[in-house]
Ligand binder design. Sequence first.
Ligand code: FE
Length: 307
Amino acid sequence: MTLKISHTSDIQIFFNKVAGFDRAEGNPRFKEIILRVLQDTARLVEDLEITEDEFWHAVDYLNRLGGRNEAGLLAAGLGIEHFLDLLQDAKDAEAGLSGGTPRTIEGPLYVAGSPLAQGEARMDDGTDAGVVMFLQGRVSDSEGNPLVGATVDIWHANTQGTYSYFDSTQSEYNLRRRIITDTNGRYRARSIVPSGYGCDPQGPTQECLDLLGRHGQRPAHVHFFISAPGHRHLTTQINFAGDQYLWDDFAFATRDGLIGDLRFVEDAAAARDRGVQADRFAELAFDFYLQKAAAPEAEAPSHRPRA
Ligand code: FE
């Protein structure tokens, strides 16, 4: 039988001291969380008989994870970010909050302050030879009334599956725009069809996924923050029907109600009419519905630290 000591009063007194409970200084909420981390870590070490080698490999892993800025990516890959969505959904159900477009994970690659446009915007800088994508839709309240002046903050990857700011080869704010909906609640964007994102094969997140026997790929997707006065902030993404990884996303972000129909138009004349220098382009229409905000705080995104 495995020897266990974490439940003893000596160890509990010790962990309380470590977490600062014998001092007036510090933050009570933080103390409570750290005490729980200590207690749960001790139980994990005992229950799974974690060896010293395993423990110190884990410490080294955390150093490397932080060094590569991949902690947010790992949180997505281990499904914790999706779990937070499921928990919020359950809280909403309990509170009787329903309706509107489903939420899904933000991911770690948002950058604040992208260029702001009225009604429509071109999102790409013209250097990526990807297929032109016309993206448009309407933002409404949950009863279907159009929301004029809503902010549609869009970001997505290029044809290599990488994001501007995090990929220094792209121009500033490439494929990132904020569009204010017009008098009919509509937004329009010209961009390029994104490719799916893949974890760095040499990075610590993929190292973890390899040990779990999992891949680190995402389907192609477009991220959105949608906000309007008096309405609940929405963080979501849309995926494209037919994508190889649609229901096999390493970050578990795909949800019913968030799958868009990306339509390829093979028509050179129609392309020319729309100012596209190619024989084909793609179209995607997607409408969003926002719940009413129960409180002013609900109108803003979380205070997650962002670029
Ligand atoms: Fe993404």
